[in-house]
Design a binder for this molecule. Structure first.
Ligand code: FAE
Length: 540
């Protein structure tokens, strides 16, 4: 298979030539790592493809790179946009403080994780568009996910955390930890470009005053405080602070994309995958069905979307192998529906099970007036409070990049919440439901309180009640970290091969049973590296 020609491919209505003209200076500085290096093309109806990857997040990017390096031609099908074309403001991504049409996936009103501030609701109307952040609503939880080429890497905080080895057996019990920590975690960290903040710079940087306040409060209450590595370019951040480059993290960019500084998958795994010449990505293409093909392989049905979300074409292609990398929710929804509706009836009864929220819960604390957290806050968190062993919580010291002094400390806690939910097919509505209950967050709240009740008592401070509604302390209605739904060694074998069908694989966060004890994408990447190694050695 030859990759599509680069010259006149239409993306989001622009030709490549127009795109190059509009972004010349950007391409000049990051030419090799730019998403422009990726071959982007709509998939042709009737095509025959050796390896199809559904989704371009962490799992999908690892699979694409390693398959291509082994000489296999790969097609990535991604339902979101390419995110390579500036808007009328000259920027590719919208600012967190000013959401616009680019910000949300097919919504007419924003659904911001922090919905209120000082009693005022923050959400506003926006034009419906295939924007970058999906706030997917199930009965008891809103699951935030990235949409576009690069998946979650487009919208996340880049916190790149390898779990403590003593916690690994609880995260992935069937996986050889020695091999993960000797080979696959290091490989993932290198591939993602993970680095830790310069600790000396941290001590003086104005934009991390909030984190230093977080450290002071943690340590005064006797909690271990640790730096957290990130994929943000720390040298670029230093220049942002010095005022010598355009600001991104220091301009509050994060949830709707970073115009500079963050090493997203577009700049790491996907750029390397594109450089092989064997990987083509089809943005605004959504996989809707996978069924065994008469002559071997799988018939895959794909809807091509426009930026209003309307289907402009439906295509059928044949793929020898299909890698499900649509994220925990995307992969689980597809597999649950395909099993229940008879497309893939031999999938086992573990499909849809073992889903968790990584124990996410948010809260804010109101500090005293003599303890300001700073008007300038880097949107990239860099530190956490580790009370996992004693209290079941690891709390990121998170920014509140409002541009004004708020005297607030803000935290996203990852907790050892034991509750697990299940995806099921709802034939009446034709949708896949998730049975998570809001009340199932109570263990997470209790674990987070093991840190913050103590800090509040020590500091003589109180919880903020204005961030998630009126008089509501806990952000217990959401997760950023969906995990599970096609769990390793249950729905699949110990390397992600789906039971019941040869040539079908799961290679994303759906494999991980609900919790990683820290932020999840390094573990998703490392597990994908491990599994594709084995698959390449034995299946291809
Ligand atoms: P993911 O990255 O979600 O990629 C799946 C891709 O598949 C997406 O691009 C979808 O658009 C696409 N897709 C879905 N369905 C289809 C379909 N039917 N057809 C075609 N394409 C489809 O999956 N994690 C950290 O470790 N550190 C952080 O600092 C962090 N911060 C976060 C902040 C936010 C606001 C959010 C939302 C998440 C954050 N995460 C963080 C979580 C992290 O981004 C997430 O675990 C990974 O992105 C999941 O990787 P996957 O490969 O499983």
């Amino acid at each position: 298979m030859t990759p599509a020609t680069h010259s006149e491919v239409s993306r989001n209505g622009l030709t490549r030539r127009t795109f190059l003209a509009g972004t010349g200076s950007l391409l000049g500085t990051v030419a090799l790592a730019s998403p422009a290096a990726a071959a982007l093309a709509p998939v042709a109806d009737g095509a025959r493809i050796p390896a199809l990857v559904i989704g371009s997040g962490y799992g999908g990017s690892v699979a694409a790179l390693r398959l291509a390096e082994a000489g296999v031609d790969v097609r990535i099908v991604e339902m979101g946009m390419a995110w390579d074309t500036p808007g009328s403001d000259g920027k590719i991504f919208a600012n967190t403080t000013q959401p616009d049409y680019r910000s949300f996936w097919l919504r007419t009103r924003t659904k911001q994780p922090l919905s209120n501030f000082l009693g005022f609701p923050l959400d506003k109307d926006v034009p419906r568009h295939t924007g970058i952040l999906d706030a997917e609503e199930f009965g008891g939880i809103i699951v935030y996910q990235g949409r576009g080429v690069g998946g979650g890497s487009l919208v996340n905080g880049g916190m790149a955390v390898t779990p403590k080895r003593e916690n690994f057996a609880a995260i992935l019990p069937s996986v050889d930890a020695a091999e993960m920590y000797a080979t696959y975690y290091p490989r993932a960290n290198a591939g993602l470009g993970v680095a830790t903040i310069d600790p000396q710079w941290f001590e003086t940087a104005e934009c991390y005053q909030y984190a230093r306040v977080g450290r002071k409060h943690a340590q005064r209450s006797g909690f271990p405080f640790t730096f957290v590595p990130d994929v943000y370019d720390w040298e670029y951040m230093k220049q942002e602070q010095a005022g010598t480059v355009p600001r991104s993290a220091l301009a509050g960019e994060i949830l709707y994309g970073n115009n500079h500084g963050k090493k997203t998958l577009q700049k790491t795994y996907l750029a390397r995958a594109a450089a092989t010449g064997r990987v083509t990505v089809s943005p605004l293409h959504k996989v809707t069905s996978v069924v065994p093909a008469a002559g071997g392989g799988y018939t895959v049905r794909i809807d091509q979307l426009d930026t209003s979300g309307s289907v402009t074409a439906t295509k059928e292609i044949t793929a020898d192998r299909v890698f499900f990398a649509a994220g925990s929710v995307g992969t689980s929804k597809l597999l649950t529906r395909l099993k229940a509706t008879g497309a893939l009836p031999a999938l086992n009864d573990e499909i849809g099970k073992g889903w968790g929220d990584n124990g996410n819960v948010m809260c804010g604390r109101a500090n005293h007036l003599w303890d300001p957290t700073g008007a300038l806050q880097s949107s990239i968190p860099t530190a956490g409070i580790d009370n996992w062993a004693a209290g079941g919580a690891f709390a990121e010291v998170a920014p509140l990049p409002t541009g004004i002094e708020t005297f607030a400390s803000f935290y996203l806690s990852i907790t050892k919440n034991p509750n697990r939910a299940q995806f099921t097919w709802n034939a009446a509505t034709g949708t896949v439901d998730l049975n998570w209950q809001t009340a199932w967050k109570q263990p997470s709240i209790d674990m987070a309180k093991s840190i913050f009740d103590k800090i509040n008592a020590k500091e003589g401070t109180i919880y903020r009640t204005d961030l998630f509604g009126a008089y509501k302390i806990w952000g217990d209605h959401l997760t950023y970290h969906p995990l599970g739904g096609a769990v390793l060694n249950k729905a699949t074998d110990n390397y992600g091969r789906l039971h019941g069908y040869s040539g079908l694989y799961v290679i994303d966060g759906a494999l991980i049973p609900g919790n990683t004890s820290v932020n999840p994408f390094v573990t998703i990447t490392a597990l994908a590296e491990r599994n594709i190694d084995r698959i390449l050695a034995t299946d291809l």
